[in-house]
Structure formats: structure tokens, C-alpha cells
Write a protein that binds this ligand. Structure first.
Ligand code: FAD
Ligand code: SF4
Length: 521
């Protein structure tokens, strides 16, 4: 764990009055986007202040109990969900480190095919694999990205790998940002071993070491403008006070749900008509299976294996293991069936299906709250049908004796026959879905008519305001997004500092290379 010389935190809970501070840059949000840009700018010599609505949470508070930790670490206790033709739970982070504090740590670079599509569709021709390579390498070094060793992968992954190998499907152990991982299985509920190298434990403390300060418990409300130029940010504190940062550069990094709400409440970013729109979420579900052998999903890295055999169709399979109460919270059954399955916990396996979505949603404020509207289009429903069917096939191949599908009316298979699922008339509302990767609501596009920010992540219509988080990512990626967000945010910092790309960064031995389908809608 990186220990800073000084924890430069000002706690909003202790600021009841007015507080004013001068800086060069104010970064709003300390997640995958905010942390890296704050650290790089601070190391580049700028005076940086970060605002974070949440608190700094540490291993001492992490009990490894999903119910307690969901309430403590997730926004609205993990109850954020989309509305639309199928409700989709969309958990968001809300403390220092943002969603990286609770994420699985899986690291994929932006697939080259996705970058090529950005060039064609959004005019982001500079964002090539070659251009981004030094920034990827820098992020990977900062986070100690390395491959899960088989002995930490857990039997859940090994059983799935057995099925994939038998079918000849491609995949590998996941690359992730961890150091000293002991495979305790609770990445999504705060790492008790401080092994996960999340942003609150890496970038943010390194920013402090370079002189930056984080104001926690401070919700940014207003960007102060003078004649179209940013002059500062005002935040309210959890103690009812106010903090004002006077600065000429503001970086908004509140995440893909809250950045558009923040900008629209400031009447900024509205010119293109795209703010809050183009929301992709990479929807996911899970298939479970029962084996005679003991699996014990609670042991090992929860997301330690991926299968990318069908990535070009838009389907990725990734680990989704965890402790018993995690399974209990997510099983789409109740009463005796729930009890029956939970009693078999040690023999159950669970694996995720993720769909690179062509569906798009939007975010807006309604009645003081975020409304996230997202309808799953038929094409994506069909991808789920195919992904669930394939994963069931894999489980039978691996020796399962029962397979449980997240599809209404098709909950349990006791034989490998999947014709009823294939022949069924499936609607979005028949699926049980979650999503973890919201993107696109302040998308980058070279054309002012189509993008909220330009290719340099500068907000249009005003000077000195930039966006650096998942909201600028203009399309679904088909892979987990944190490295993409961090690389774009690092690049922004280098551009603002006028520094050349960090080409001296070491080349990792090898990295996962996944080729999802062309993401353009
Ligand atoms: C359970 C889970 C598992 C995941 N697993 C993976 C994974 O394995 N690999 C991967 O690549 N991605 C994963 N993700 C997604 C990844 O973590 C996110 O895509 C990424 O963190 C988003 O970065 P961001 O900067 O856009 O937003 P966030 O990381 O959410 O950061 C935004 C921050 O801004 C703060 N904020 C918001 N509004 C304000 C305001 N007005 N004032 C002050 N602060 C504010 C929030 O509190 C938050 O801390 C996962 C996500 C979740 C929830
Ligand atoms: S599996 Fe590893 S990274 Fe995840 S919580 Fe346990 S020790 Fe931390």
C-alpha cells in the first residue's frame, strides 16, 4: 500500500462555515477519472484541490460482509437502478477512489477496434493505440497491473476454465490492479488486505505527496464563470458549510451519471444537445451451476478469469464469484428455492455474461433525483439469450448437474437440452440484469454538433473546463472501462502540462488483448 508522507485531507464534516482556497486546478470527483488527472497535474507542479462528495474509507472499516459494506461503500446503499423496459441495478461508488474502491480490479486496454471506430464515427482520429500506448503503460505501472496467478483464481474460475478448454474457447486469467492479493473474494466490498490498488489508495495519496489536497464530504455545486472563463468552484460541505476554490482550470470527474447532472445544473455543456444522452452501461447477468465437487466461491479472486471467444459478437464472460451473502442478495429466486440453493453454496458456481450494448439510455434530474432511463433493445436481448445459452453449454461441458438461468420461466435446467430457451419469445423484462460500466453521457466528439467535449476533453462553450471520467467515453467498449478512463485522464493531464507522452514507461510482459465487435451504433 502506498503511504503518503502526509494525508492531505480536509474533512467537510468539520467545515461548518465559509472556507476559501486558491489553486491552479480544481478536480471534482476522485474516481478512475479524477484521481489520475489530479496526481499527474500535482506532480507536474500545479496546485491541485480535489472535491469528493464521499469520505476516505480504509481497510480498518472493511468487514468483508457484503450487506454492511454495500450500505457503507456504495451510493444510495447500492440501490441505484435504471428505469425502462427492464430495471437494471447500476451500483455506483461514492467515496475517495469512486467506483474503483469497490470494483473487481479487472484491467483491459481499450480494444484497438473500438479506437478505430471512434476515429471513424466520432472524428477522434488522434486516439490511436499508438497514441494511447504510453498512457496505458503508465496507468498499468501506477496500479501494478498483473495477471492473476492460477493458485489465486479460485475453484469457481477453474471449473469454468475446464469447460472453456474442453470446448476450445479462448480466454485467460484476468489482469488486475492488485499487489499482495490473498484471494479473500470480496473485492466489491472493500479489500480488507489493502491489496487492490484502487485510486483512493494509489493516485490520490500520490497526489497528496505532490502537494494536492482532497476536500472530502464536499459536494461541488457550482462552477464560477467570468465572461465564459472558469474562475472557481463552490462546494457545500456535509457540515452545512461552504468551500470555494479560486482557480482557472476545472476538471469535472463525477462519473457518467453525475457529471451530466452537475453540468446541466450549471447550464453548461448543453449546446450539442447530447449532454446526458448516449448512455451505455455494458449490461450483465450471471448463470449459476451446481456441481458434485466442492467449489466454494468465497475463496479466490472473484473476477479472475475471462472468456473472450465471443467478444466479436459483443459477448464477454467474466468471473462473478463471492461470499454466500453476496450470492444470497443476487439470486433471482425466493423462499424454498432460495434456501435450497443457499444450502448448496459450497457446490455452486457463478459466472457473468456481459453484453457490449447497442441500446442507449439517458440521465436527467427529476424531482431532485437522478433518473436513469435505459431500454434494452431486441438485438441486445438476443445477445443475452445467446450468451446465457453458451455459458450453460460450458457448464454442462464442465460437468454441472444443474444449471440455473437468469431468465423468467427458464430458471433451472436439469438436462443439457436448451431448446426451450432458444425457442422462447424473450423480452427484456424476462431477464435479471445488473450493470457496472456507465459511459458516454458527455461524450467526446470532434464535431461541436455531436460532442459535449472535444477530442482534448475540453467542455465546449466555455474556457477552462474539462471532463475526465466515464462520461466522455463515446461508445460501449465491450470490456471493463477503468483503464480506458484512467488513460484518457492521464493524457489530459499531460496535454494541460504541455508535456510529451511518457514513452519511457516500461512495457508490460503481456496484456489481455480482446477484440469486441465494432461498437458503433
Ligand atoms: C461493483 C463494480 C465493479 C466494477 N468492476 C470493474 C472492473 O473490474 N474493471 C473495470 O475496469 N471497471 C470496473 N467497474 C467500473 C469502474 O470502476 C468505473 O467505470 C470507473 O470507476 C468510473 O470512473 P469515473 O471517474 O467515471 O467515476 P467514479 O469512479 O464513480 O468516480 C466519481 C466520483 O465523483 C464523486 N462525485 C460525484 N459527484 C460529485 C460532486 N458533485 N462533488 C464531489 N464529488 C462528486 C463520486 O462520489 C465518486 O467518488 C466496476 C464498477 C462497479 C460499481
Ligand atoms: S480477492 Fe484480493 S484484491 Fe480482492 S478483496 Fe481479496 S485480497 Fe483484496
Amino acid at each position: 500500500m502506498f503511504i503518503p508522507a502526509l494525508e492531505r485531507i480536509e474533512r467537510g464534516g468539520r467545515i461548518a462555515g465559509e472556507h476559501r482556497v486558491r489553486a491552479d486546478v480544481c478536480v471534482i470527483g476522485t474516481g478512475a477519472g479524477g484521481g489520475p488527472v489530479a496526481k499527474e497535474l500535482a506532480e507536474g507542479g500545479m496546485r491541485v484541490v480535489m472535491f469528493e462528495e464521499g469520505e476516505r474509507r480504509g481497510a480498518g472499516e472493511f468487514t468483508a460482509r457484503p450487506r454492511e459494506m454495500t450500505a457503507l461503500l456504495y451510493r444510495d446503499a447500492g440501490q441505484v437502478a435504471t428505469t425502462g423496459n427492464v430495471p437494471i441495478v447500476l451500483p455506483l461508488g461514492s467515496h475517495v477512489g469512486g467506483a474503483t474502491l469497490v470494483n473487481s480490479g479487472t484491467c483491459f486496454r481499450t480494444p484497438p477496434g473500438v479506437l478505430a471506430a471512434w476515429g471513424e464515427r466520432f472524428g477522434l482520429t488522434e486516439l490511436t493505440p499508438h497514441e494511447l500506448d504510453p498512457y496505458f503503460r503508465r496507468v498499468e505501472r501506477e496500479l501494478n497491473v498483473s495477471q492473476v496467478p492460477p493458485e489465486l483464481a479460485g475453484r469457481n474460475a477453474l471449473v469454468v476454465k475446464r469447460g472453456a478448454d474442453a470446448l476450445g474457447w479462448s480466454g485467460d486469467f484476468v489482469f488486475r490492479n492488485a499487489k499482495g492479493c490473498v484471494g479473500s473474494g470480496v473485492c466489491a466490498f472493500g479489500c480488507p488486505a489493502s491489496a487492490k490498488q484502487h485510486v483512493g489508495q494509489t493516485y490520490v495519496p500520490r497526489a497528496w505527496d505532490a502537494g494536492a489536497t482532497t476536500y472530502t464530504g464536499c459536494r461541488a455545486r457550482r462552477i464560477v464563470l467570468e465572461r465564459g472563463q472558469a474562475r472557481g468552484v463552490e462546494a457545500t460541505t456535509s457540515a452545512g458549510g461552504r468551500v470555494r476554490v479560486d482557480c482557472d482550470t476545472v476538471i469535472v470527474a463525477c462519473g457518467a451519471i453525475h457529471t451530466p447532472l452537475f453540468l446541466s445544473s450549471n447550464r453548461l455543456g448543453l449546446e450539442s444537445g447530447q449532454l446526458g444522452r448516449n448512455l451505455s452501461i455494458h449490461p450483465a447477468t450471471a448463470v449459476r451451476a451446481e456441481f458434485d465437487e466442492e467449489i466454494d466461491m468465497a475463496s479466490g479472486v472473484p473476477q479472475s478469469l475471462y472468456i473472450d471467444e465471443f467478444a466479436d459478437e459483443g459477448i464477454m464472460f467474466e468471473g462473478a464469484a463471492g461470499p454466500p451473502d453476496y450470492l444470497a442478495m443476487s439470486l433471482p429466486v425466493s423462499r424454498e428455492r432460495h434456501r435450497d440453493l443457499m444450502l448448496r453454496f459450497l457446490n455452486l458456481s457463478q459466472f457473468g455474461v456481459m453484453v457490449s450494448d447497442r441500446s442507449r439510455g439517458f440521465v436527467r434530474r427529476r424531482g431532485g433525483r437522478a433518473q436513469i432511463r435505459y431500454d434494452l433493445i431486441d438485438e441486445d436481448v438476443e445477445l443475452f439469450r445467446r450468451g446465457i445459452d453458451l455459458l450453460a453449454e460450458l457448464y454442462w461441458e464442465a460437468g454441472a448437474k444443474r444449471v440455473f438461468l437468469p431468465v423468467r420461466g427458464h430458471g433451472e435446467l436439469t438436462t443439457p437440452d436448451r431448446r426451450p430457451l432458444r425457442d422462447a419469445e424473450l423480452r427484456a423484462s424476462d431477464l435479471t440484469l445488473m450493470a457496472f460500466h456507465p459511459l458516454g453521457t458527455a461524450r467526446a466528439d470532434a464535431s461541436p454538433a455531436r460532442g459535449v467535449v472535444d477530442g482534448e476533453l475540453k467542455l465546449r462553450g466555455v474556457d477552462g473546463v474539462y471532463v475526465a471520467d466515464g462520461s466522455v467515453v463515446p461508445s460501449a467498449l465491450g470490456v471493463n472501462p477503468q483503464v480506458t478512463i484512467m488513460a484518457l485522464s492521464t493524457r489530459l493531464a499531460f496535454r494541460l502540462l504541455g508535456k510529451p507522452p511518457p514513452v519511457e514507461e516500461p512495457e508490460p510482459e503481456h496484456m489481455a488483448r480482446v477484440a469486441p465487435r465494432n461498437p458503433v451504433v
